[in-house]
Write a protein of this length. Structure first.
Length: 181
């Protein structure tokens, strides 16, 4: 079994568990308030603003045995640059205070998740970054577009409030497709 096939197999139960959390189920069914959606975007912003720096840290930590991943990271960095701005725009379009979010602090759980990712890259193995990418993008491939459509309909919001979420279903499908090759 290839590494990718083993990764898919070994994380399937965890991904099902994640998809079955009440907050995700409520989002997919359009059963969330505008305040909850903005709170989700707020935490997404505080996580996503670290995506490029995390990739840069992972790239910098790669040894020669893993040098072949540097070009892929360079492409991924170019593609992901600026996505945090999409989230701030979505917050604005939903009536939230994007500047307060940009200048604010994440919740403790978000802060710990980001700190763990940096620590893992620097102290354990920079290749561990790809595990986080697989889980996050594997989840968004299946759920982002459906969730954006359900929430938009339930909250009677136009597509301008969902540029980040709606785009990541299709973008992340491309990432995962290239991972299996």
């Amino acid at each position: 079994m290839s590494f990718f096939a083993r990764l898919v197999n070994d994380t399937a139960a965890g991904q099902r568990e994640l998809a079955s959390t009440p907050q995700i189920e409520d989002g997919l069914a359009g059963r969330i308030s505008l305040e909850t959606y903005i709170a989700y975007l707020t935490e997404a912003y505080h996580h996503v603003k670290h995506t490029v720096p995390l990739m840069q840290a992972a790239r910098a930590g790669l040894d020669e045995a893993h040098a072949r991943f540097r070009d892929a990271l360079d492409e991924y960095i170019a593609e992901e640059t600026g996505h945090e701005a999409w989230i701030l725009n979505d917050i604005r379009h939903c009536g939230g205070d994007a500047e307060a979010v940009r200048d604010g602090e994440p919740r403790p759980a978000t802060r710990r998740m980001v700190a763990f990712a940096y620590d893992y890259i620097r102290q354990t193995n920079p290749m561990g970054f790809f595990g986080m990418v697989f889980v996050l993008e594997g989840t968004s491939v299946r759920l982002a577009t459906q969730g954006a459509e359900a929430v938009a309909k339930a909250l009677n919001l136009g597509p301008d409030g969902f540029s980040y979420l709606a785009s990541h279903g299709s973008l992340d499908q491309e990432h995962l497709g290239s991972s299996s090759g």
